[in-house]
Design a protein around this ligand. Sequence first.
Ligand code: ZN
Ligand code: ZN
Length: 135
Amino acid sequence: MQKIHNLSKNQKIIFDIIDKSGGPMKAYSILFNVQKKGIKAPLQVYRALDKLIEIGKIHKIESKNAFVACKNSNCEISNATAFSICEKCEKVTELNNPKLSKYLSNFEDNTGMSYRRYNLEFYGLCRRCDNKKAS
Ligand SMILES: [Zn+2]
Ligand SMILES: [Zn+2]
């Protein structure tokens, strides 16, 4: 079940835009689209984006400086995300792999640093692009 957060009007407008886009959206593209809905100040947009990230409704794809709507209904955390990114068509998929998250939640390296968050990006070819190459 989708968890219902009480979003402000701005947050809701921005979330809907990102959600409907179906893929990662750059900040300028979000700005452009929300302006049509009457939110003119970039600061308001950035503030709403920060909040949406914080509550796990959207995630930031760091390497692309873009935002995607969260596709895991149980993803209430913003500090542990993993995505697969197709190098060809740029399709971004949020990974929801219990094995991976379990491994990472116990992950320790030999420096003894304790990790609090991660944001992983796996690159490769999605199934569609991979098939095209083979045929
Ligand atoms: Zn998520
Ligand atoms: Zn692809």
